[in-house]
Structure formats: C-alpha cells, structure tokens
Design a binder for this molecule. Structure first.
Ligand SMILES: [Mg+2]
Length: 237
C-alpha cells in the first residue's frame, strides 16, 4: 500500500513558524502577533480561520518585502532528500499548511521542490499594503480551520493511501485524528500524549526519513493480510 505523507509547513517542513514571524514583523503597530484572538485560539475557543482574519486585519505588507522577509527562513535540510526518496518509492508527499501560499510556494521552489503538491491559505496583497486572506481549502461544514487537514487526509485515504500526518501544532489535530499514522513534535506531540492518540515522536525530517525506512514495511502491508493465517487449508490468502 503506498504511503501519503501530509506534511505541515510552519514548525515542521520549516522548523520555524514563518507565519507567526511574518505576522509579528508586518503588524501595523506591532500587535498582530498578540491579538486577543490568539489566547482564545490557544484555549480552543476560536478556530484558526478566525485568528488568521483577525491578524491579517492588523497587517501591512507588500508582496516583495514579504517575500524578502520569508526567504530568510530555511527549510529542514532533510525535507528535500526525504521527499525525493519517498516520491521515488512511489509514495505521495504533500504540504498541507495553515500558513500562506506566497512563502510555501516560494520556499518549496527554492528547495528544488516546485513540483511538490501543496495546499495553503491564500494571501492577497492590496495596493495600499493591506492584505486579505482567502481560504480555498476550508471545510464548509466546519468553521475551525482555514485549510482543513482532515479533508486532505480523507482524500488521500480514498485514493488508496496509508496516510501519515507529520505536524507540530494545534492546526494539525483534525488531520491527526483522521490519519492512519501520526508523526508528531511540538504541541501536537503534547496533545497526542494527553489525549492518548497513537503517535511516533519525531524531531525533524531526518526522523521521518528513518521512520519511512524502518516502519514502512509494516505500514505498507495490506492490513487485510495482517490476520493470522488460518490453519492449513484455511483458504486462499
Ligand atoms: Mg505547524
């Protein structure tokens, strides 16, 4: 069974949270990173889509200066080798991000991964420096997330993949609940532990690569064949 790796971007593919740094750097009066909505989101009372809308209302940024800023961040150096090996093995690798399209597209291309599929929220840059978020991957039945990772996981499952969610944060929870395997770090790891969600701890993509090498044979195994063989003569496998 092929694997589908659905990889969070901020804090995962990029070890640092570029979206949060962008919000802090370009807030009009330095407050976008400390909006009251942030505490409500952290407490689980507000969806990330609402948080993004509140933060963007306080931002002023031109596309060129935004790109110049986000290009200062590096991707996990193990991500590109991991992705190339996974694709060569016939697996699927997709970036699913609650951050913004402009830096996800740019940093993947600069890492030589322009062809890798990704999904993120869109940020529209206005002429006056105002920015407007759009949510092309929101789940209309749920107002929590801007980009619903659970939908991406379900779609990969329906395509016949064993799904592996790789993430570090609160916006990965719905995807983690749907995925066959969860590889977690950061607050996602803490949440998995607290909620009793089966997971494997990873520090970065060197560990994901290692997991893919070692645990893959089991994950690939068609689970219908995992049942013990019946006694001799028990029929066709
Ligand atoms: Mg993250």
């Amino acid at each position: 069974m092929p694997l589908a790796f659905l990889c969070d971007f901020d804090g995962t593919v990029s070890p640092r949270d570029i979206g949060a740094a962008f919000a802090e750097r370009f807030s009009r009066d330095g407050d976008a990173a400390r909006v009251p909505e942030l505490a409500a989101w952290r407490a689980g009372r507000l969806g990330h889509r609402s948080l993004t809308l509140a933060q963007c209302a306080r931002l002023r940024a031109g596309e060129a200066e935004a790109l110049a800023f986000t290009r200062e961040f590096a991707l996990d150096p193990a991500f590109a080798p991991f992705a190339r090996a996974a694709l060569a093995a016939g697996d699927k690798v997709m970036v699913v991000s609650e951050g913004f399209d402009f830096y996800v597209r740019d940093l993947l291309a600069r890492a030589g991964l322009a062809e890798l599929p990704w999904a993120a929220n869109a940020l529209v840059f206005g002429a006056d420096g105002a920015v407007e978020p759009r949510f092309p991957f929101a789940d209309p039945a749920c107002d929590a997330c801007g980009n619903c990772k659970a939908v991406h996981v379900r779609r990969a499952k329906a395509g016949g993949f064993h799904t592996v969610l790789v993430g570090d944060g609160d916006s990965d929870r719905h995807g983690a609940l749907e995925a066959d395997t969860v590889l977690a770090r950061g607050s996602l790891l803490e949440w998995c532990r607290a909620e009793g969600i089966t997971h494997t701890e990873v520090r970065g993509f060197a560990d994901v690569f290692e997991w893919a090498r070692e645990a893959t044979p089991r994950a690939r195994h068609d689970r219908r064949r995992d049942r013990p063989l019946r006694a001799a003569g028990g029929g066709r496998a």
